[in-house]
Design a protein around this ligand. Structure first.
Ligand SMILES: [Zn+2]
Length: 223
């Protein structure tokens, strides 16, 4: 902190977002515009709405698409700067998108996509607060789960998967209603695998080191 940047991250983010929304030969551009817009609504109305005296508001994320190499992963929040040095990157998994109406769209619908976005932005908020408070905050720990439960989302402790869809009558549910996004009956499940019922004894998630980022399976694709 304290260094003077010639080009601020906010200017780069604005340029990247504008470019991504128009990028030629990129099938995700419309989806990115939609998610960026939703992320602004979520930040302003739910995640970090108020300007406080003792800290700045959380930074906006840079949202992109890539294949995390694991079909169970829906999205990825990078705790450290990405390959180009930009902080606060959220990657949505390309393996969870399908082509509809001539563009790539989130396979499980807009409500599900926004749950993923809110979940990843929750990581963004806690990563930001960890720096403000100068301490580690575990990825899917108690504080994260309590934060998301307060919004109406239901993450599984230590694992991250949402064990049921967000409540219709909740802060998140009311935002979704205002956006015209229909609530699904339940989270999508892999029918070839048994449904795990006791989420309060979570298994340790295997995968990428939490030093670089937090991987987020969002629903019970159980082993
Ligand atoms: Zn997560």
């Amino acid at each position: 902190m304290g260094e003077r940047l010639i080009v601020s991250p906010d200017i780069i983010k604005k340029a990247l977002n504008e470019y991504g929304g128009q990028a030629p030969e990129w099938n995700f551009r419309e989806e990115k515009v939609d998610i960026d817009r939703t992320a602004q609504v979520l930040k302003n109305e739910l995640i970090d709405p108020v300007l406080l005296l003792h800290r700045q508001r959380m930074p906006d994320p840079i949202i992109g698409f890539d294949d995390p190499g694991n079909q169970n992963v829906l999205a990825f929040y990078r705790k450290i700067p990405n390959a180009h040095g930009h902080p606060n990157e959220i990657i949505m998994s390309t393996s969870q998108t399908i082509k509809q109406e001539g563009r790539m769209m989130w396979e499980y619908g807009l409500w599900s996509r926004d749950e993923v976005t809110a979940h990843e932005m929750g990581h963004g908020l806690l990563n930001f607060l960890a720096k403000v408070e100068n301490k580690e905050i575990p990825a899917h720990g108690k504080r994260f789960c309590e934060l998301l439960e307060g919004w109406g989302l239901h993450p599984t402790p230590n694992h991250g998967a949402h064990y049921q869809g967000a409540d219709a009558d909740s802060p998140f549910g009311r935002i979704e209603k205002s956006l015209g996004h229909k609530r699904p009956e339940d989270v999508p499940r892999d029918s070839s695998k048994p449904v795990k019922t006791d989420w309060w004894k979570p298994e340790k998630t295997k995968g990428r080191s939490t030093l670089t980022g937090w991987i987020c399976p969002e629903w019970p694709l159980t082993k």
